[in-house]
Design a protein around this ligand. Structure first.
Ligand code: FAD
Length: 265
């Protein structure tokens, strides 16, 4: 089975600056990390590889990331955690992409790799949209399941997954090839093994640009993005609010008066 996992490198600090011209995050010169949800996606990809290989279907995991040149670091970490190889999509033309363009770019690269299964995290902690996983599935015309908490069954034609929904769980059957986005309840990510660290050190990580994936220049980066961030601002701090003290009956009275003033009751 050919398995791919999408890894986003995100700021490891909340002290981020916004480029006043493009209104996108300045990612240079700050501490970065693998998006926390992608560590669960990676772990599930590696466990699936181990399970399928043990069932007689030799399988591999390729980690893929779209980002600046230093996102290579995140991919090396992914290899130390069990990925077999990695590919970095990096080019100035990809910069400033919205979720449509990010998922298009990743999908073009995945088309070249032709995976049976693609794992993504449920969301990235910076953009926070949760749109890229489903977007990749749409661009590839793959089946998909989001917020997956457990893979209950898997063969080379379909899988049965338990996904988190507001009311509890839902069990879905999904035909392969498919894209899954995972929640943190799905597993406990491993720590790097010595062998993993050695593989990471010596790994050759190819860097692909638009031409390598046959991407339409009109559909990538800030230029191709239907969504433009026109203003980024910190929400105003809210005042502390009023505090009331007293006996429960007294407090209930006071609260009723306040709600009445607000014409809520
Ligand atoms: C504060 C902020 C707000 C934004 N708001 C919007 C918005 O409203 N609309 C919009 O279109 N864009 C928005 N963007 C841009 C958006 O962040 C980027 O398009 C980004 O590349 C993907 O979206 P995301 O971060 O929400 O990822 P999500 O969709 O939350 O990521 C889900 C999963 O997709 C995979 N993934 C995501 N990005 C990559 C990558 N670069 N490489 C590999 N795998 C990846 C990972 O597995 C990740 O866990 C915003 C960016 C910021 C910083």
């Amino acid at each position: 089975m050919k398995i791919c996992v999408c890894i986003k490198q995100v700021p490891a600090t909340t002290d981020v600056k916004i480029d006043p011209e493009t209104n996108t995050l300045i990612r240079e010169g700050i501490e970065n990390q693998i998006n926390p949800f992608d560590l669960y996606a990676l772990e599930e990809a590696v466990r699936t590889k181990e399970r399928r290989t043990a069932e007689g279907d030799p399988s591999t995991v390729t980690a893929i990331s779209m980002g600046p040149p230093w996102a290579e670091e995140a991919l090396r970490e992914a290899i130390s955690l069990g990925a077999d190889d990695a590919i970095l999509l990096s080019d100035k033309a990809f910069a400033g992409a919205d979720t449509w363009c990010t998922s298009y770019t990743l999908a073009k690269a995945l088309q070249k790799l032709n995976p049976d299964l693609v794992f993504c995290g449920m969301q990235a902690i910076d953009g926070d949209t949760g749109q890229v996983g489903p977007g990749i599935a749409a661009h590839l015309n793959y089946a998909q399941a989001a917020y997956v908490a457990k893979i209950e069954f898997l063969d080379n034609r379909k899988l049965v997954a338990r996904r988190l929904i507001e009311e509890g769980y839902e069990v879905v059957e999904v035909a392969l090839p498919a894209v899954l986005t995972v929640v943190k309840e799905i597993n406990e990510p491993r720590t790097p093994s010595l062998r993993g660290k050695m593989n990471a050190k010596k790994a050759q990580i190819p860097v692909w640009g638009p031409a390598d994936i046959g991407a339409d220049p009109e559909k990538i980066g800030l230029r191709g993005s239907p969504t433009q961030v026109i203003k980024v601002m910190t929400p105003p701090c809210r005042s502390g609010g009023a505090k009331y003290e007293g006996e429960p009956e007294e407090l209930a009275e006071k609260l009723y008066d306040v709600l009445k003033c607000l014409e809520v009751v």
